[in-house]
Design a protein around this ligand. Sequence first.
Ligand code: NIG
Ligand code: FE
Length: 418
Amino acid sequence: MRMLWKNIKGLVGAYDTPPLYLNGREMRSLPVLEQAWLAIEDGVIVDFGSMDVFPGIVDWSGLDVLDCEGKYVLPAWCDSHTHLVFAARRSGEFLSRLEGKSYQEIAADGGGILNSARALQSMSEADLLADARIRMMQAMRTGTGSFEIKSGYGLTLEAELKMLRVIRALKQESSISIKSTFLACHAVPDGDWTAESWTAHMVEEALPRVAEEGLADYVDAFCEKGYFGLAETQSLLDAASSLGIKSKVHVNQFNVFGGVKLCVNSNAVSVDHLEELNPEDISALQQAAESGHPTFATALPGCSYFLGIPYTPVHDLMVAGVPVALATDFNPGSAPSSNMSRVVQLAILKMKMHPLEAIAAATINGAAAMECSDRSGVIARGRAANVILTRPLNGLEDLAYDFGDEPVEKVFIDGIAL
Ligand code: NIG
Ligand code: FE
């Protein structure tokens, strides 16, 4: 199948030789080729260029020509932080919040992550997979073309493995890039467990099995007061690293106590949340960025929006040269939306990111924050045609200016419209 898209108002993130990522100061220079064309063959991007030097069509046989007048073409969104395998919605907790309880109070009363774990433990692997598949397809229809997916709602060894097997099944049945994260330390389960004993259990019993069965690309911990401290986070990251597994870590959602530095020193691929940041955290991330081996700073504005907590100070990070990524954090408690366009819109509106910075964070840097830059995040020759076609826009600022409208008109995965 051959397609020629012509008169594209702006072809965004298209490179002859794509970089792996853009550091904080480079993000605004994400390329936009104005008045462009794009050629796709058998699901692969074969060429692109400016309409000024359009070579013309030689072979019309089986060619679909699409006029993209007024529309932008973007790489499919890269969602580098999701919890899309879960058993049940938590809209009842949301109602409790509206009635005055805080997210932390709900968790302390046995709701929150423990609530999700109880539901997940009693749900079959097949049912979890069926639901996750539907959620993933729904996210793809809004433009997402690669995902990171976490465990962490199991809170027993068996249920964590069950979640990881569901993620593995999603990987196996899909052509897009999916990364799996073993969120070993998400919350301390009910019973006699402490943060320390649960971490030891995960490190000694779960991690070797996860590694042996190749069930995870990364490990993760919720490094936060009332959840897991520096000692537990360090011991998980060290154990994983000795098995060749890198980390992506939930840190600084509510409190700052040295977690960012710990993760940077342990060569974490990303630190995620960062609603709270102090100058030492930023300088640790800056040093890593300057060394050429950055730890990505992943902001999750959907979580800030939904919980009413601060937004990650992305400008401080970008000025320091830190590469920033944007992700949904899609989960039933703190961020029940999988829509990356909404995340990009919030990043522009609430974190004052320039549209090109927000798009870079949601594409090329998102891909790098889950180490799939070779397949996702840019438009380049030889890559799968996983792209977004927008509705007609006056400029990319309309992604946020028209805040009530869906900017994505069509999504193509392997050149096929979803
Ligand atoms: O990233 N912060 C920790 N974990 C998830 C959500 C947990 C939940 O409420 O289910 C997050 O926000
Ligand atoms: Fe999360």
